[in-house]
Design a protein around this ligand. Structure first.
Ligand code: AFP
Length: 341
């Protein structure tokens, strides 16, 4: 079966819609090439001396794994000379990375979590790279790009995707016209389309949540999970399954392929305490999920509508099957109405 390569897919998309600028196509090609290099580094494992921690902490106060830093450097080096970008931002860097003056600047902003799920690296579980592309403000071409230029709603994204470094090496991408999956042909190093346009299958009774955090849950989340744990004897009338990989990329990919819902709610006791980062985790995943017919909110507000106040802002995330996500939001509205009455 002849499969489209990523390059041919994007060139044909460019011809079909005329809406895919060459600069954006070349940016995605560059990111995809960097993900191949990251995949190679991860695949070496202990043999490549790339496992374990550095002993340092990142801006999030999280222990940095060697591969967090390696992957971050690979993405910066691959993307800073191409002329597509005005600047980059990463989970691993406190502030933005401007394009050095020795290189031409472009009109896009690239944000990424270089290794998502890094706590899984040393134990051989799937991890990934998440990326998001925004346009730099029109007036930015005549001045230095600032962090403020990145603080755009997720609905402004022009592309988003992730790579998964697992049993297969996958790249899942949206350019705003559907979600497409590419598998790395490791023999020739080409990304080949293996699925798409992806649509989240409805009715899969499967939820992903870290149940150890139940003390953080609001009454609405607790009600939603308790009902699913009650299974066919409870109000759902059917049994549910649970999965938690501690790698958002892996959980989101499972949902895109077979349905279900992912929940990492904000801490109910301290509304500003959440785990996942808005700009380079929640926003790109929300864009992909919505493009595949699903929903993504923070329990009451659509993720892609949130106006960021900081580069590393965190947010509660409920995403996946539209009906399940809406059920959680409805329980939240009911809980608010009850509390207010
Ligand atoms: P790390 O990259 O620090 O491992 O965090 C992964 C993650 O951001 C996301 O991919 C997971 O869904 C979530 O954190 C797992 O959080 P818990 O470790 O609290 O389950």
């Amino acid at each position: 079966m002849k499969r489209l390569t990523l390059t041919r897919f994007m060139i044909e998309e460019q011809r079909r819609s005329g809406a895919l600028p060459s600069e954006l196509r070349l940016l995605i090609e560059t990111v995809a090439r960097a993900c191949k290099t990251i995949n190679h580094a991860i695949g070496k494992g202990a043999l490549g001396e790339v496992l374990g921690s550095l002993g340092s902490e990142n801006v999030q106060g999280e222990v940095q794994k060697k591969l967090d830093v390696i992957a971050n450097e690979l993405l910066l080096e691959a993307n800073e000379w191409g002329g597509h970008l005005a600047a980059m931002a990463s989970e691993e860097m406190e502030t933005i990375h401007r394009i050095p003056n020795r290189y031409p600047k472009g009109e896009y902003l690239l944000l990424f979590d270089p290794i998502d799920g890094s706590s899984n690296i040393d134990v051989g579980l799937s991890v990934g790279t998440i990326f998001s592309v925004l346009r730099a403000p029109a007036d930015a071409s005549g001045r230095e790009v600032t962090e403020q230029d990145f603080l755009q709603r997720g609905s402004e994204q022009v592309a988003a995707g992730y790579a998964i470094y697992g049993p297969q090496t996958l790249l899942v991408l949206t350019l705003g016209t559907g979600v497409y999956e590419f598998t790395l042909d490791r023999e020739i190093g080409a990304w080949k389309m293996t699925d798409g346009p992806l649509k989240i299958p409805a009715g899969n009774c499967e939820f992903a949540i870290n149940s150890a955090r139940h003390k953080q849950w609001s009454p609405a989340i607790t009600r939603y999970i308790d009902e699913r744990l009650a299974g066919e004897d409870g109000p759902c009338g059917k049994d549910y399954n649970m999965r938690w990989t501690a790698s958002m990329v892996a959980d989101v990919h499972r949902i895109l392929k077979r349905g279900g819902v992912f929940l990492y709610p904000a801490d109910h006791r301290h509304a500003n305490k959440a785990r996942l980062r808005l700009m380079y985790e929640a926003n790109p995943m929300a864009f992909l999920i919505e493009q595949a017919g699903g929903s993504a909110n923070n329990g009451h507000e659509r993720i892609l509508d949130i106006l960021p106040t900081g580069l590393h802002e965190r947010v509660g995330v409920i995403l996946g099957d539209r009906e399940e996500v809406e059920t959680v939001a409805a329980y939240g509205r009911e809980a608010l109405a009850t509390a207010g009455s």
